[in-house]
Design a protein around this ligand. Sequence first.
Ligand code: AHR
Length: 330
Amino acid sequence: MRKRISTLLLAGATAIALAGCGSGGGSDTAGVAGVAEDGKITMGFSQVGAESGWRTANTKSVQGAAKDAGIELKFSDAQQKQENQIKAIRSYIQQKVDVIAFSPVVESGWDTVLKEAKNAKIPVVLTDRAVDSADTTLYKTFLGSDFVEEGRKAGKWLVEQRKDDAGPVNIVELQGTTGSAPANDRKAGFAEVIAADPKFKIIASQTGDFTRAKGKEVMEAFLKSNPDIDLLFAHNDDMGLGAIEAIEGAGKTPGKDIEIITVDAVKDGMQALADGKINYIVECSPLLGPQLMDLAKKVVKGEQVPARVVTEETTFTPEQAKEVLSTRQY
Ligand code: AHR
């Protein structure tokens, strides 16, 4: 049976929270549920699924960091379904965990369940992906990448590479999961940058659901209906790797006949970049576990945290990929 800290300690935590409270991030009394008497924090974590190499690395990072931080982790895999995440969050509320963390599969539709967590005084930390809730007091903080900036980085590389090219440059786009923050934001950031020159034309854009199999399938369809594709922008490495199989299957050379930009920089993607099959990768770091556990400890104690914690990331050319491949962690 979980024992809670004394009323006195709770009042103290509440007072600290009130002193430094802000909306969206920060702290407030609604999130101070207290911790077990032995000081052990229990976190309920709802993961998106296992759709990509990135996701596998992220799961490993969260599980390893929880262990290192002495946090008891209740983990569930939603298999890329929002309804499964909502069920998991409700179950964590029933189990009275100390903190809930999750990576929302899509951006919308979270208000009801987040209000239930708030009413139960269980703080919520968003990790990796955002929600579009207008009420930012429904969660304490959001830790993850700036996906719009990732899309912009992809666009900037393309604009620079093709600055002396008269065009047109025919682009196909493999989008991530429909309605997800990385798909919406990477698309927006990329489109914003290439809009500077009308020679850049997105001639086809469809979801590949962040998986290798779907990336291959959709790229095969793109190739059948578009004979003149110059470049593929894939919202993650896995879809790009599937597309490489489709391009080779169509008798073309990936990286040459069709240039490829992807996002993530997982090992398989970096290998393809080093081999010249991908031309540029925008990094998206999955190693969020340690920062997530730090934030979780703080919100459980009622301490103030920033509303947004942005992950530090870089970009890779084939030469840079060759240099770092042997030491890449994921
Ligand atoms: O939310 C992060 C994205 O989700 C990664 O870029 C992608 O590989 C994953 O499936």
